[in-house]
Design a protein around this ligand. Structure first.
Ligand SMILES: NC(=O)c1ccc[n+]([C@@H]2O[C@H](COP(=O)([O-])OP(=O)(O)OC[C@H]3O[C@@H](n4cnc5c(N)ncnc54)[C@H](OP(=O)(O)O)[C@@H]3O)[C@@H](O)[C@H]2O)c1
Length: 256
């Protein structure tokens, strides 16, 4: 979905986009997309390497983005995440006996601590919104935004029947949600709004091991362009009251 956010931001904004990849050369679809852009558009996208669990890399990125783009960032999209496939990875778990310390720790690192550290380190750059060439949402609001990709299975209140166990994925995304709500108060005071978004089950590498013909036939697996487009609609229409909230792709509130 990260690439699709780049595509959407290219169309909906006039600003520069810093697209981060875990390993340079590991995102052939991004490379193909960039290869098809004309010179002006190509210059709008800056590709950087980033492992969200590596604080030194995050520090370096913040420094480089700050010095390259005049100390100002209008939007931070925390999209990276890990679920595992249950075959080559200890998760997602299907029963309580499968909880693995190392896997649990890595889930927390990528899905919760990583994005919250990104928000923490980028906060000073997000503060400096000036409005020139700004990413203006349809509401006309000038605040900067932090968008965090979460999951409906992270909802504690909504988890009354169990279904999928997926313990450490649920725990890590619930921790992200808690961090986003907690930080929303402080960030609001500097003119930054933050929220958690659930894309719906979307046709990506992450969901592929869990897709079934039944889900597909019922139209319950969204194409990537649909899911990201609807999430961008939610971001575009965001008001202060939404900051700190947890919403699905249609803008419907999800209980924490
Ligand atoms: N797809 C769904 O149905 C669904 C549903 C609910 C929530 N979500 C959430 O939506 C977000 C996007 O997921 P997706 O469906 O686009 O999954 P995806 O296709 O698996 O993409 C996830 C990306 O995160 C990158 N990544 C993993 N660890 C990283 C790290 N330490 N640092 C930086 N990047 C890292 C991966 O890089 P590599 O490919 O190089 O490993 C991959 O490009 C995730 O946060 C996910 O939890 C997805």
């Amino acid at each position: 979905m990260g690439l699709q956010f780049v595509r959407e931001l290219m169309v909906r904004t006039s600003g520069r986009i810093v697209a981060c990849v875990l390993r340079p050369g590991s995102a052939p679809d991004l490379d193909a997309y960039l290869g098809g852009l004309d010179g002006n558009d190509r210059r709008r996208v800056d590709v950087r390497r980033l492992d969200v669990t590596d604080v030194e890399q995050i520090d370096r990125l913040v420094e480089e983005v700050g010095s390259t783009y005049g100390g100002r960032v209008d939007g931070l999209f925390n999209v990276a995440g890990v679920l595992g496939d249950g075959k080559n990875t200890p998760g997602p778990e299907t029963n309580i006996g499968q909880i693995d310390w190392g896997w649990a720790t890595s889930q927390m690192a990528v899905n919760a601590i990583g994005p919250m550290t990104m928000t923490s380190k980028f906060a000073p750059l997000l503060r400096a919104r000036r409005g020139r060439d700004a990413y203006l949402r349809t509401t006309g609001s000038m605040e900067s935004v932090v968008v965090n990709l979460s999951a409906r299975v992270a909802s504690v209140d909504d988890n009354n029947v169990g279904g999928l166990a997926w313990y450490t994925y649920r725990m890590s995304k619930a921790a992200l949600n808690a961090g986003v709500r907690a930080s929303s108060h402080e960030l609001r005071r500097q003119g930054t709004w933050t929220l958690c978004l659930y894309p719906g089950m979307t046709d990506t590498a992450m969901s592929r091991p869990f897709q079934s013909r039944g889900l597909r036939d019922k139209g319950l697996i969204f194409p990537v362009d649909f899911a990201v487009g609807r999430m961008m609609d939610v971001v575009d229409g965001m008001e202060e009251v939404h900051s700190g909230g947890f919403y699905d792709w249609a803008g419907q509130s999800i209980p924490f």
